[in-house]
Design a protein around this ligand. Structure first.
Ligand SMILES: C[S@@+](CC[C@H](N)C(=O)[O-])C[C@H]1O[C@@H](n2cnc3c(N)ncnc32)[C@H](O)[C@@H]1O
Length: 334
């Protein structure tokens, strides 16, 4: 995306220079000799429009995809017009100019290179994002399959002893009357502990696995609002929760930056996003997990987690290794 953005800015700069040149009839490339105010005013307006369109598209290339395609079609028409002028003998047959056609040819060729390059980069970006989408789909399928299958036996007591090491330290960062969302809540054990401890809290839970949510429903009262949902696309209003938590699940998210941005979006200003996730000290152990555990994407170090929080717009206010194999990171939305 970065290269596409830079190319769009270069295009916009070209059109803005064209605008200045045509509105002022400046003596560059013998332009002043073919300057015709009534005609050049149109070219100036056209250049200003295209420059502005390219700048607008560069702000959000995904959002303005259709506008990009239309703008590129429009630019293609002006390239065809330039070629037609050149084939009809250029400006030398109409005006007293010597080098203008030669110079315009160089300019036109550079512009054509820009035009072709921007298409190549755009197509390449599209291919990459569709690969990413396929990766995302595969990851969701793996997670749903694994946790749907596991749901009925997930509350096995020895395993839950281990899971408690991840969510109990999070309780220190929660207070009584908050609205709290536990994403990837699994069978709802953490929500159950919060419900017992904070009777005034508004509790919400979501998880990608329908079967995990079914198990959670069995043990939690109807006051706890549960739903199936993907952390990358949360179905809650922005700035809604005082606190959003994720315990022992973050390494399963296919786009961890996007997941954190979503968690941050639904959190109120000055609210907290808390992630408690596994870390086994050694990268080779992480590599094994990432390659052997279905649905596991990436296990992060403290620094990596901090960087992800900051990218998502969260100020890290606390980070600590809790128990031996868990890292808890607390971020505040400013
Ligand atoms: C190891 S379990 C942890 C469950 C719970 N937080 C706990 O501490 O017991 C990981 C959970 O993450 C959920 N999960 C995986 N990918 C997800 C996604 N993209 N969005 C929401 N939940 C997801 C799984 O369905 C699973 O319930």
């Amino acid at each position: 995306m970065r290269w596409l953005k830079i190319l769009l800015w270069i295009g916009a700069l070209f059109f803005y220079i064209e605008f200045v040149l045509h509105i002022g009839g400046l003596p560059i490339l013998e332009h002043d000799r073919i300057f015709l105010y009534t005609h050049d005013r149109y070219i100036a307006l056209f250049s200003l429009t295209y420059g502005t369109l390219l700048m607008l598209i560069s702000r959000d290339i995904q959002k303005y995809r259709t506008l990009f395609l239309l703008t590129m079609c429009g630019i293609l028409l002006s390239i065809i017009n330039g070629v037609a002028i050149s084939l009809q003998g250029g400006y030398a047959s109409l005006f007293p100019v010597s080098n203008l056609d030669k110079n315009l040819k160089v300019l036109g060729m550079s512009f054509l290179v820009w035009y072709i390059t921007i298409w190549i980069v755009w197509l390449q970006n599209n291919r990459m994002s569709s690969n990413k989408m396929n990766g995302a789909k595969k990851n969701i399928e793996q997670n749903v399959k694994l946790f749907d299958k596991w749901a009925a036996s997930y509350d096995f007591s020895l395993f839950q002893w281990w899971m408690r090491r991840f969510y109990r330290p999070v309780l220190d960062w929660i207070s009584g009357n908050q609205r709290i969302l536990d994403v990837s809540c699994g069978t709802g054990n953490f929500l159950q502990e919060m419900q017992q401890r904070f009777t005034q809290a508004g509790l919400y839970g979501c998880d990608i696995s329908e079967k995990m949510i079914e198990q959670a429903r069995k043990k939690l009262s109807t006051e706890v609002k549960l739903s199936t949902g993907n952390v990358h696309d949360l179905k809650y209003k922005s700035d809604y929760f005082d606190c959003v938590t994720s315990t022992e699940a973050f390494h399963h998210y296919y786009d961890q930056e996007k997941a954190l941005r979503e968690m941050c979006r639904v959190t109120k200003r000055n609210g907290r996003v808390i992630v408690s996730d596994i870390n086994f000290f050694f990268k080779p152990v992480h590599w094994l997990f990432e390659h052997l555990e279905p649905g596991c994407v990436k296990i992060n170090s403290c620094d990596e987690m901090k960087a992800l929080f900051e990218k998502a717009g969260l100020r890290v206010v606390h980070q600590k290794r809790s128990w031996v194999f868990a890292i808890i990171t607390v971020g505040m939305k400013s």
